[in-house]
Design a protein around this ligand. Sequence first.
Ligand code: PLP
Length: 422
Amino acid sequence: MTAPSSDLPPLAQRLEKIAPSQTLAMAAVAQRLKAEGIDVVSLAAGEPDFATPAHIQEALIAAMRAGKNGYTPTNGIPQLIDAIIGKFKADNGLAYGRDQVIVGAGAKNILYTLFQALVDPGDEVVICAPYWVSYKPQIQLNEGRVVSINTREADGFVLNPSILEKTLGKKTKAIVLNSPSNPTGAGYTKADLEAVADIALRHNLWIISDEIYEKIVFDGFEHISIASLAPEVAARTIVVNGMSKSYAMTGWRLGYAAGDARVVKAMSKAHSQNVSNAPSIVQWAGVAALTGDQGCVKEMVAAFQQRKDYVVKRLNAMEGVECVSPKGAFYAFPRVARHFEKKYGDTVIKGSVDLATYLLEEARVSLVPGAAFGVDECIRMSFACGMDQLKEGLDRIETALARLVPTEHYENFQVHQEQKRF
Ligand SMILES: *Cc1c(COP(=O)(O)O)cnc(C)c1O
């Protein structure tokens, strides 16, 4: 017997202001349409389209068969902690002790735990828009205040340090960096990082550096961890990384962080009352991923590079579309606002959500509206799919955009749009 829900006690208010992840939502809609037999080209996915490399799969099976099925230490098995320490030394020139590393069920879980450890009610955390979808709700769920700074296409979507400096207040406690970035593909150079580090040092801020796309870089871009700039920068930086993107292991849920031992200890306390530990057998697979042959990563990156070149060329050739070439990750983030205040039938496209809806319903291509990342003028297109799918998707988008007709307000709207261009 089920009681009518109005008879039940109310839910907590905590989640009422929090939006569910729009990237996951768009991917779910595309999947539902596909399941109904509708031929949708999904360019919304935030995950690699490759299979997890075979040697990593084998390591998981071997761990399971060897009976590694119990709880593990909260911070992770020593073998994985050591593999992570080895990775930081080899890739980033960073030296961490065992008490400075913690493993979690994905970088998302790690970031949430990190905000729990750092943010008191009312503390401000700076994020850079366009931002990854989960930073804001995670900070809000931990009662922090989000301070979002817009980055500009002209700067390659890299944070302008003088704007950062002006935005900081007494309550600012941390800044979140994400290079290479989801959704823009922005990549911070050494000079860009030095400018941020200098401000963080002078204003006594924590730096949260989400480096989950460090291995997926294009055109010779060199990823640098901000923590590697100087010991005093490393001391205030918590580097967040994970297996999902580099090793095509999104569903496996394995991420990690390294930084100040006190922060790690606080995170461990939160973890111990929450996830307990990342899945045991997945941790063994993680050891294989980090210590095994890295050729699999090179192969995936080569495929992403080819697709990136193709997508950026196609997008920039489209009328009313401009796309900055990403330095890393697997997304293009083109400006599409020249198609706003256009219509199809009686429906006027007012912003990125309308445009994404139009492209899904009329062109059968799923994308994520820029609004989900805090920037309505753009749209996110993932290139984590095969070249044939990409070509088909881009053909459909091009045709659908060309069918849109300007409304009588188009010119005025566009003049206004140009004035507020970031
Ligand atoms: C995918 C992603 C994450 C989270 O990855 P997990 O699967 O939770 O390890 C974190 N940050 C960014 C920018 C991402 O794109």
